[in-house]
Design a protein. Structure first.
Length: 263
């Protein structure tokens, strides 16, 4: 029976250096031999998913931007864009707080490097990775194409509270650990993307599996019929999953797939 298996990227498929264990590659190969559908299910928006590194692993589709975008075999199936006036309102609000943030779209990412702390390497790292697909927020306010965004924690606790108070009626604020929050329009998350793509493809819920490691995987891990959290993932992910597999570099994906009889 063909199954649909959904994988987070960062901390699940690869590590912080974007290195993929050989056992993970072998697990993907064996799943494809058995005819299963493989999907990326990422918080990254589509433009930020490195096709040349990931698609050769055998993925049939991509769910990106925490459920705001879905494609299957190269064809876009759905996409939610935050209305221009709304993201302009958000942009104005974040600027008024002095926040450091990145606006994430399907085709480009928007970032003003000067808004980040001087000792932060994040803007330079993003520019290296994205090249011309990383543009400034300033000067592009009239053509912002955004589906979600991330904000650094505010150093001022009162401003942090204000940020969450203003945004939470319309957005889900996901505390990712480290120093940033992932912010997604309410009603969208990885589980909604999975539900939508399965409906379109006629995949039964009983045949869905997911693998993740972080707080933006919680909805996905709780929604799919079967789920596994990486052993070196966040505690919240482990609590949400049906099964806790080994850490990434201890053959976590391979052993998880074996546990569920996917390989």
């Amino acid at each position: 029976m063909r199954k649909a298996v959904f994988f987070d990227i960062d901390g699940t498929i690869w590590d912080e250096k974007q290195q993929i264990p050989q056992s993970t590659r072998e697990a993907f190969r064996k799943m494809k031999e058995r005819g299963h559908y493989l999907f990326i299910s990422s918080g990254r928006t589509r433009v930020f998913i490195p096709e040349k590194d990931l698609m050769p692993l055998g993925f049939d589709g991509i769910l990106a931007g925490c459920g705001t975008y879905g494609e299957f075999q190269g064809e876009v199936k759905f996409y939610h864009r935050i209305p221009l006036e709304e993201i302009q309102r958000v942009n104005h609000f974040l600027r008024s707080l002095g926040a450091a943030y990145i606006l994430e779209g399907r085709h480009v990412l928007y970032l003003d490097a000067e808004r980040f702390p001087k000792d932060s390497s994040f803007p330079q790292q993003m520019k290296r990775e994205m090249g011309e697909k990383m543009v400034r927020v300033t000067g592009n306010e009239e053509r912002l194409e955004v589906s979600k965004f991330c904000v650094n924690y505010m150093e001022d606790a009162e401003k942090q509270k204000e940020l969450e108070r203003v945004l939470e009626p319309e957005y889900t604020v996901i505390h990712r650990g480290g120093n940033f929050m992932e912010i997604v329009p309410r009603g969208f998350h990885k589980a909604t993307g999975i539900r939508e793509i399965c409906k379109l493809l006629g995949i039964a819920h009983a045949d869905t599996y997911s693998f993740g490691d972080s707080t933006n995987d919680l909805d996905m891990l709780e929604y799919t019929a079967h789920s596994a959290a990486l052993g070196d993932g966040m505690q919240q992910a482990k609590e949400a999953a049906e099964f806790v597999t080994a850490p990434l570099w201890e053959d976590g994906i391979y052993l998880g797939c074996k546990h569920f009889d996917l390989i």
